[in-house]
Design a protein around this ligand. Structure first.
Ligand code: SF4
Length: 247
């Protein structure tokens, strides 16, 4: 099982002041809003079908195996054993690290609605953009909370309970296997809101296939049209073909 432990470490100690670590404690400063039902239009019916048929579990299992010799994002192809908690370019071992999660109102209006987009910001990244506005989170390592897949599922359900219109995975490319496992768990516990994949566009076709039918909305960046610029500014060789394949 991915992240079988329910341990939630807090190495960075930098939790936002209005939130505490997931796992049952208070995480939002205000009371939940009403009118949840209208946002739950069950666009995740597919996920439930995938879950019932066992397909989702099977994909999560296959994705987990990729971590053993990690090529989750093939242009990097670090081939470290993340199941043994080795870290590659993304500075993330077995457990994903969550920098923060919240009902977020800074996304595109269709995602925000009345109650916000349920954003989950992952620490670490498979790019190292010189211009990154979240440099400390994406590139410094050891930031945020290491969460098990059970914890991650709990976060999704908590955001849904809060009335968020969707679950919005931000910088998810390097933790897709863990996300798949967590979605499988959350779906079995009642997750119904749509899922948003908000990535830097540096994703492998193989990894995206694992997400097919699971993710409802893709929001990839297309940062570059020239590989030499991508390499210089994001240390991402060669990113352009991958981005182009998404078009
Ligand atoms: S997910 Fe991380 S360790 Fe795996 S290939 Fe990409 S950068 Fe390397």
């Amino acid at each position: 099982m991915i992240g079988g432990s329910s341990v939630l470490s807090r190495p960075g100690g930098n939790s936002p002041p209005d939130r505490q670590a997931p796992g049952g404690q208070t995480f939002f400063s205000s009371a939940p809003r009403e009118d949840h039902g209208r946002s739950r239009t069950n666009t995740t019916t597919r996920i439930r079908a995938l879950s019932r048929s066992g397909e989702l579990e099977e994909r999560a299992r296959r994705a987990h195996e990729v971590l053993r010799n990690c090529v989750v994002c093939p242009p990097q192809e670090c081939r470290v054993n993340r199941i043994e908690d080795e870290e590659g370019f993304c500075r993330t071992g077995l457990l994903p690290r969550v920098s923060s999660y919240s009902s977020h109102f800074g996304e595109e209006p269709p995602l925000v609605g009345r109650n916000g987009s349920g954003t989950i910001f992952f620490a670490g990244c498979n790019m190292r953009c010189e211009f990154c506005q979240n440099y400390e989170i994406s590139q410094c390592g050891g930031v945020g909370y290491a969460v098990s897949c059970e914890d991650l599922a709990g976060i999704m359900l908590r955001l849904q309970e809060r009335g968020c219109h969707n679950i919005n995975f931000v910088s998810p490319s390097h933790v897709v296997p863990q996300i798949l496992r967590a979605v499988a768990l959350a779906a079995s516990q009642g997750l119904t809101v749509p899922l948003v994949y908000n990535s830097g566009g540096y994703d492998s076709v193989e990894t995206l296939r694992l997400l097919d039918g699971v993710i409802d909305i893709y929001m990839p960046d297309a940062k570059y049209g020239r590989d030499d610029v991508a390499l210089e500014l994001s240390h991402a060789p060669p990113v352009t073909p991958a981005a182009c394949r998404l078009q």
